[in-house]
Ligand binder design. Structure first.
Ligand code: ADP
Length: 458
C-alpha cells in the first residue's frame, strides 16, 4: 500500500466508499418502498376480503351475492372470488390470465410472480348462516407506481459498474487537480537537492488551502536557508578579507626587519607596526568570538548592580584623553546615581564603542554629548556628535556584521564593522532597544534604552 501513489489511494478509497454508499441507498430505497407498498396493499387486501363476507347470504336455499361484491373489490384494485369447502369456484372475478395458487390457505398472504406482475393473494373462510363455510380469495397486483420505483432501483443496480467507473474517473481527476501543486513542490525540492540551487522557488499562485500553505512555507524556508548560506559565505569572505590586510602588513614588516641592511631604529619601527596590526587582529578575533558565542547562546551575562552614572563618568574621562587629539570635547550630561542591574563589562563596551565611533567619525574641534536620564522603566541614554554623519541609504545596514559605510573612512580605526552589531546585541541582551538618527555633515545620534530590571536574554 505504501508504494501506491497517493492519488490512486484516495481514488480507491473514495470509489469504494461511494459505491457502498450508492448500494446502501438503493437497498434502503427498495426496502422502504416495498415494505410501505406491502403493508398498504396487504391491509387493503385483507380488509376487502373480510368485508366481502357481508355481501354473501343464503336465501331460498341458494347462495346469494350482492351486486357490490365484485364492484367494491375492483374499486380497490382487488379481484374477489368465492369457493366452497372443496375449493370449487362459486362466484366472483379473477384476473384474465391468472387464477391464483391452487391451494387455499387460511389467513395468509401469498406472493407470486408471473411474467410481468407481482401478485399478492389472501384467502379467508367463514360461516354463511344456513349454508356452512365458504372461502373468499382476494388477488391484487403491484401498483404501477411501486413498480416504477422497483424498476428504477433495478436499473441503477444494473448500471452500477458504469457508475463506479464514473465515480473512479471523476475522483481521480479531482484528486489529481488538488494534488497537482504537490508535484511542483516535490519537483522543486528535487531540483534544489540535485542542482544545489537555493534560488529556486515553488511560487504557487495565491491560495489559502493546505497545499498552498505548504508551498509558501516551503518557499519561506528555502528563502531563510538561502539567507543563512549567503550570510555564512559573506561572513567567511569578510573575515578573510579583514585578516588578510594585517597579515600581509605583518609579513612584509617582518621580512623587511630581517633583511641585512636594517638598523635598530628601523627594526623597532617595524616591530611597532607589527604590534599595531597584531592588536587590530586580536581585537577583531575577540569581537568575532563574542558574536559567535552570542549566536550559539553560549555568552552568559553576569548581572550585577551597576552604578551607570559613575561608570560613564570614568569612561568619559578616559575617552576625553583620546578625543583631545582631534580637539573634540565630550559633554557629559549624566543624572546622578543611576543604578541598573546589568553586565558591567558589556555596558562598558557599549559606551566605549559608541563614544569611540563618535570620536573617530567626528570633525576636528567637534563635540560629543553623552546623556543618561532615568526613565519610567529604565535608563534613557544617547551619544550624539556633530561629526561626518551617515548617509540615509546606509542607516539600516550599519547594524549588520562587517558593514562599513565607506571603508576609507574606517581605515584609521582598528574596527572592521563589528562594533555596532556588538552594541546592538548588548542592548538587546539586556532587554533594551537602540536607534540611530543621522544627517551627513551634521552629525549622528544613537539613542538607547536599558531597563532597570534583569530582563536579560542570554
Ligand atoms: P567600524 O569599525 O567600521 O566603525 P562599526 O560597526 O562601529 O564599524 O560602524 C559601522 C559603520 O557605521 C562605520 O563604518 C561608520 O561608517 C558608521 N558609523 C558608526 N558610528 C558613526 C558615527 N558616530 N558617525 C558617523 N558614522 C558612524
Amino acid at each position: 500500500m505504501k508504494n501506491i501513489k497517493i492519488k490512486v489511494k484516495i481514488t480507491l478509497w473514495y470509489t469504494i466508499f461511494m459505491t457502498l454508499l450508492v448500494i446502501l441507498i438503493l437497498v434502503i430505497l427498495l426496502e422502504a418502498g416495498s415494505s410501505r407498498f406491502l403493508s398498504n396493499t396487504t391491509n387493503r387486501l385483507k380488509n376487502t376480503v373480510l368485508r366481502s363476507f357481508r355481501e354473501i347470504s343464503f336465501e331460498n336455499n341458494r347462495l346469494g351475492f350482492d351486486a357490490d361484491f365484485v364492484i367494491e373489490g375492483l374499486e380497490n384494485g382487488i379481484y374477489l372470488s368465492v369457493y366452497d369447502m372443496e375449493g370449487n369456484y362459486l362466484h366472483g372475478r379473477l384476473p384474465s390470465f391468472y387464477n391464483g395458487p391452487a391451494y387455499l390457505i387460511m389467513d395468509t398472504i401469498q406472493e407470486e410472480y408471473d411474467f410481468y406482475t407481482h401478485w399478492y393473494i389472501y384467502d379467508y373462510r367463514t360461516d354463511v348462516q344456513g349454508y356452512g363455510r365458504v372461502w373468499v380469495r382476494g388477488i391484487v397486483s403491484q401498483t404501477p407506481n411501486d413498480q416504477t420505483l422497483e424498476i428504477l432501483v433495478r436499473l441503477v443496480l444494473a448500471f452500477l459498474p458504469l457508475l463506479v467507473i464514473c465515480i473512479a474517473v471523476g475522483g481521480y481527476y479531482i484528486t489529481k487537480r488538488v494534488l497537482a501543486p504537490l508535484t511542483i513542490v516535490t519537483r522543486t525540492a528535487q531540483e534544489i537537492t540535485h542542482g544545489n540551487d537555493l534560488s529556486k522557488r515553488i511560487n504557487l499562485s495565491e491560495g489559502k488551502d493546505e497545499v498552498h500553505l505548504l508551498a509558501s512555507s516551503f518557499d519561506h524556508m528555502i528563502h531563510r536557508l538561502q539567507d543563512a548560506f549567503d550570510r555564512e559565505k559573506q561572513f567567511t569572505s569578510d573575515v578573510s578579507h579583514e585578516l588578510r590586510t594585517p597579515t600581509s602588513v605583518i609579513l612584509a614588516q617582518c621580512e623587511y626587519a630581517l633583511s641585512q641592511d636594517v638598523d635598530r631604529e628601523e627594526a623597532l619601527e617595524c616591530l611597532n607596526t607589527v604590534k599595531l596590526q597584531a592588536h587590530k587582529m586580536s581585537q577583531l578575533i575577540s569581537q568575532l568570538l563574542t558574536l559567535a558565542r552570542s549566536d550559539q547562546g553560549k555568552l552568559t551575562l553576569n548581572p550585577e548592580d551597576v552604578n551607570l552614572s559613575e561608570l560613564s563618568l570614568i569612561i568619559t574621562e578616559e575617552q576625553q584623553l583620546i578625543a583631545r587629539e582631534k580637539e573634540i570635547t565630550i559633554h557629559p550630561d549624566i543624572a546622578p546615581d543611576l543604578i541598573l542591574k546589568a553586565d558591567e563589562t558589556m555596558i562598558m563596551r557599549l559606551l566605549i564603542n559608541l563614544i569611540s565611533n563618535s570620536i573617530h567619525y567626528g570633525k576636528k574641534g567637534g563635540n560629543i554629548w553623552l546623556t543618561l536620564r532615568p526613565g519610567k522603566e529604565g535608563i534613557e541614554g544617547s551619544v550624539a556628535d556633530d561629526g561626518i554623519g551617515i548617509p540615509s541609504q546606509h542607516l539600516e545596514n550599519i547594524w549588520k556584521r562587517f558593514y562599513q559605510v565607506d571603508s576609507s573612512r574606517s581605515s584609521q580605526k582598528s574596527g572592521a564593522g563589528l562594533g555596532l552589531p556588538m552594541v546592538k546585541w548588548i542592548v538587546e541582551a539586556h532587554g533594551g532597544t537602540i536607534q540611530v538618527e543621522s544627517l551627513p555633515d551634521r552629525g549622528t545620534t544613537f539613542r538607547f534604552f536599558l531597563p532597570f530590571g534583569s530582563e536579560m536574554t542570554d
